[in-house]
Design a protein around this ligand. Structure first.
Ligand SMILES: [Cu+2]
Length: 144
C-alpha cells in the first residue's frame, strides 16, 4: 500500500512537470510580450493621423506604415516632448534615417520601425509648418 501511494505521488509529479514543459512554451509564444513585432497602419487624411493613439508592451518592435492621402507633405516623428520640440524648431528637410522618423510625401506610403524599450508615453507629431499646432499628433502608451 505504501509503495502504491508513493508511486501515485511520483506519477502525479511527473504529469505536472510534463504539462508545464508542454504548456509554458505555448503560453509564452501566444502572449504578445517583450521581443514581439507588430505592424500598425496609419492613414494621414486632412492633416490628421488615423488612428492616433496606440498602446504597446515594452520591448515590442513596431513597424509603422504611414499612408499620406493628402496632396501635401507630412512627416511622422515619434519621440518624447524634447524630440517633438527639436523637430518643431528644426531645419531638417527630410527624415528617414532615424528609427521612428520618416517623411511622407503627398500620395505616398512610408514606413519606419521602432523598438519601445521604456514604459511611458511617447508622442507622434508632424512638424510641417503649422501642422503640430493644428493637431497633427498622436500618442503611443508603452506599458510593462
Ligand atoms: Cu503634416
Amino acid at each position: 500500500m505504501m509503495a502504491a501511494a508513493w508511486l501515485q505521488g511520483v506519477a502525479r509529479r511527473v504529469a505536472i512537470v510534463a504539462a508545464a514543459v508542454i504548456l509554458v512554451p505555448i503560453l509564452l509564444y501566444a502572449t504578445p510580450s517583450a521581443g514581439s513585432t507588430q505592424t500598425f497602419a496609419i492613414t494621414v487624411r486632412y492633416s490628421r493621423f488615423m488612428p492616433a493613439q496606440f498602446t504597446v508592451r515594452r520591448g515590442t518592435t513596431v513597424r509603422f506604415i504611414i499612408t499620406n492621402t493628402d496632396p501635401i507633405d507630412h512627416e511622422f516623428i515619434l519621440g518624447d516632448e524634447a524630440v517633438q520640440g527639436h523637430h518643431e524648431n528644426g531645419t531638417e528637410p527630410t527624415h528617414g534615417q532615424v528609427p521612428g522618423e520618416v517623411s511622407v510625401p503627398p500620395g505616398t506610403v512610408a514606413e519606419t520601425t521602432y523598438t519601445f524599450l521604456r514604459p511611458g508615453l511617447l508622442l507622434i507629431g508632424c512638424h510641417a509648418p503649422g501642422h503640430y499646432a493644428y493637431g497633427m499628433r498622436g500618442w503611443v502608451r508603452v506599458i510593462d
